[in-house]
Design a protein around this ligand. Sequence first.
Ligand code: B3K
Ligand code: ZN
Length: 852
Amino acid sequence: PVTVHRSDYRAPDWSIPDIALDFALGIDATKVGAVLSVVRDIDAPVPLLLRGDGLTPAAVRVDGEVWNDWRMEGSDLIVDLGERVAATVEIDTVIDPASNTQLSGLYASGGLLCTQCEAEGFRRITFHPDRPDVLSRYKVRMQGDKAAFPILLSNGNCIDQGEAGSDHWALWEDPWPKPSYLFALVAGDLVVNRDSFTTMSGREVELGIWVRDGDVDRTGHAMQALKDSMAWDERVYGREYDLDLFNIVAVSDFNMGAMENKGLNIFNTRYILADPDTATDVDYDGVEGVVAHEYFHNWSGNRVTCRDWFQLSLKEGFTVFRDQSFSADMGSPAVKRIEDVRLLRAAQFPEDAGPLAHPIRPDSFQEISNFYTATIYNKGAEIIRMMATMVGPERFRKGTDLYFDRHDGEAATCEDFVKAIEDGAGIDLGQFRRWYEQAGTPRLKLSLAEEGGHWSLDIVQTVPPTPGQPEKQPMMMPLRLAAFATDGSGDALADTLVMVTGATQRIALGTFAARPALSVNRGFSAPIIVDFERGPGELAWLAAHDDDPFARYEALQQLMLDTLVAAVSGKAGDNRAVIDAVGQTLEGAASDPAFVAEAVLLPSEAFIGDQMVTVDPDAIRRERLALQATIGAALETKWRAVLAGKAPPATDLSRKAKGGRRLRGVALAYLAATGADDASALAFRIFSDADGMTERQAALATLAHGDSDERIAALDIFYQRYRDNPLVLDKWFQVQAWSLRADTLDAVKELAQHPDFTLANPNRVRSLYGALTGNQAAFHQADGEGYRLIADLVIALDPKNPQTAAKMIPPLGRWKRFDDARAAMMRAELERILARPGLSRDVTEQASKSLL
Ligand code: B3K
Ligand code: ZN
């Protein structure tokens, strides 16, 4: 496979100010007529290079004449335009949406025609440069059978429509120049939830959420989220929507969450449909966050787009930061921060520590689809957040205003963004730019020093080597800290922001009579790992007294983690400190149940493994369950008290109600871990009495870990009730693949043969196999069966859907973290995948890099 390098970037030879597309729609044959007005941007004559993927030109015309001066170079079309400086190039192609199982380009999903073009799917529809720095105004005409395709949608505004026998047609025009990856078309039988929004300048925008008949009652939450997002972006970033129409379409078969096509977002149904009976509180928050994310792209991504795909984090990191801030404002900032950091640690830290590590602005790739990663998205968001933290909200806003002002209508770079923040906010980001260049999670090793009652903090910073980057320079980062006297003397250092820049650095903390309790990286101000040895007493004190809620959470998590890591290494000690700290934290359950639920949750098996030199999945499983049982038993009355209350009504989506349900789920898990006689009966009662999916799924998941008759009954009831609802059926697959039972791998194998399982739907694949790779002890079962299952899946899925197949590979690439026997089996499976003939570029890149 060819490697593309960032340093090879060259501006395009030809620009394309206008494009007219004409679609004659058919499920298994759609004719595409493309008219490109091209203008040469360099002096010397040069042919026009148009990318294609699986296309054959049926006809080529230039300025109205049949043209023969073209050739195919691989899958690309080269049109020789001689001395021309401008021309109208027309190309006809025919594509087959029904056989497009990759779900990239124009494809069929349950009778519907829809598109997914980012990053390089437009070239599967028609020949085009298909690079984000070629921006055009689009006019799209589509015609098709009225009965099969009653609704015809594209970007922008519908400017004309009409009938032609049994056909009808529509003409859409998008006034805003856009790159090809933002093109979208949808045709099919859809119903709409309509609403409207009045912008800050008083313009009325028509909103539409389009779904299958029968689903429209589940679009209310998405609509509210859309209106809230539009208002929020005006208030917080001064950004107004810029078309008279904003449409969202939900489709069942989609490779990722959603897509920000200009004026016509296309969504995975999973992030649109929600009602209390079928969606959990987590699902509701997911809908709100993703609707906001795609809407925010209208400015961070569409009005200012990316020059090339190496700049992907320019739009994704910034937009994730924007959606995180929005969700924090809509709910609880502390809980949102905890969730975001948990995700970063679960998905991004392992990526940064493994063979697929890359900077947020990569230097090279083989297949860009492989770079829609937690690093580009979530670490990217952390880098933007650090800039915002360093300059504060007002100056950050000056920086983003300058960015949008300077680059509106352009295809920009990460450097353009940093420069705009530098100029607008007035800060020197010279050293900070290393975050764009260097991969790997920085580590700060901390220690306290004392001289005559004056205490200071010593910092040693290291950035670990990553593939292709053996040597690293120290990073610049904002570190929020505070220090407290635990002896009642009242000495304290109030919340302070220090800039860490050196490989070593000393920070004065002030005068304390005794060693202070240090609250460090408060709010997770920098995306780093802190190594700081602290006794259980100090951590417990912080968990109870720190005035930063995130730091309280961190202290308790660290205490749990230390206890678990010691136990796994055979140094089990006294659990008293953990039990007391959890008990103490539970005292706050009535006032902030959401925070308490997050705080008392044990660290995940994977995160415990990340603390160890060699991960021992079986010991981690054993010790985590043991600690859960111990805490469960020691605080049994408290858990029972939580469960004895009435669950908030499922229709109540307030912060408090959601928190209450979350805490009940956690309490039930602790109680079940004790093996209490009545635990299964209680879980089954909660399952049966539940008036909504949050409680129902939590109870089902708890039962699914166990061995009771109630487990079989609940799984069966759940299946019978929801077998016709694909999103809920996904949950049924998922809870079984998540199960802590010893026979989970066998269950997964059986479920893969279930009539409702299919490789054609990415959500279903993720609900079974994605859940399995998240189940550490099952995936890493000592006989290597988990590895075989995933490799078999990759091999079976790759010919159908390489993007989704390639996403399953990274867990196999973590082999260095495991014992020799497991590492050898993981490598063997990667090699078995690579030995398959005709492998996609996506899978080839991920599997071969994973072996390094
Ligand atoms: N920009 C899209 C992701 C496209 C992924 C293509 N493989 C969704 C988003 O980040 O908003
Ligand atoms: Zn995005």
